[in-house]
Design a protein around this ligand. Structure first.
Ligand code: DX5
Ligand code: ZN
Length: 217
């Protein structure tokens, strides 16, 4: 079963709680929260304060995507604020195993994200520890970018290796996901679809959640 993860990066920041409730009522499983620091990516977005403020407003699974340098310094704060899963970029962690362990020991789920150009073998020795691998299908930093189709074979290879190893790791994709690309990525083996502009930029975000799910299944 495919899970839908609306990214609040494209939501109305003046009315965040109500935007979140719309996608929650539409059945979206994960709330994707994009954290950017202006260093790892050229944009600055959400901090733990926003996560904390949203937490009592929703019972969705909070999927926190850290696009920040030295994420180990902030993991605890995001968990305290209400993250259910913390996802760090392999490219931002010199000691990836330590970062992954830190998240697991704090008792939440753990993900590792890879930029489009980053080879899968960087996560080979931590894969059994992970709940989720996020394969970026755009270069991180902004919503509304074009899907990078070169990532499709990477999804297939990862899906095969998860299957071969008998793991239950989720494969999340993020960037340029809409009704058309949802089909391609799920056919390749992705099972958690992040969508920002295709949901919150749509005239009816609730319907967009339903349509993306229908296209994916
Ligand atoms: C990009 C972020 C995404 C972004 C996706 O760096 O990680 O989560 O919100 O936006 P869309 O779906 O518009 O490509
Ligand atoms: Zn994201």
């Amino acid at each position: 079963m495919v899970k839908i993860a609306p990214s609040i990066l494209s939501a109305d920041f003046a009315n965040l709680a109500s935007s979140v409730q719309v996608v929650e009522r539409a059945g979206a499983e994960y709330l994707h929260i994009d954290v950017m620091d202006g260093h790892f990516v050229p944009n600055i977005t959400i901090g733990p304060l926003i996560v904390k403020a949203l937490r009592p407003q929703s019972s969705m699974f909070f999927d926190v995507h850290l696009m920040i340098e030295n994420p180990d310094r902030y993991i605890e704060e995001f968990i305290k604020a209400g993250a259910d899963l913390v996802c760090v970029h392999a490219e931002a962690c010199t000691h990836l195993h330590r970062c992954v362990s830190q998240i697991k020991e704090a008792g939440v789920k753990v993900g590792v994200a890879l930029n489009p150009h980053t080879p899968l073998n960087i996560i080979e020795y931590v894969l059994p520890m992970l709940d989720l691998v996020l394969l970026m299908t755009v270069n991180p930093g902004f919503g509304g970018q074009k899907f990078i189709p070169e990532v499709i074979p990477k999804i297939k290879i990862l899906a095969n290796s998860i299957k071969e190893k008998g793991l239950s790791t989720e494969i999340q994709v993020d960037g340029g996901i809409n009704i058309e690309t949802a089909r391609l990525v799920t056919a390749a083996g992705a099972n958690v679809l992040v969508a920002g502009s295709a949901i919150f930029g749509a005239p009816d975000p609730a319907q967009a959640v339903i349509s993306i799910r229908a296209a994916a299944n």
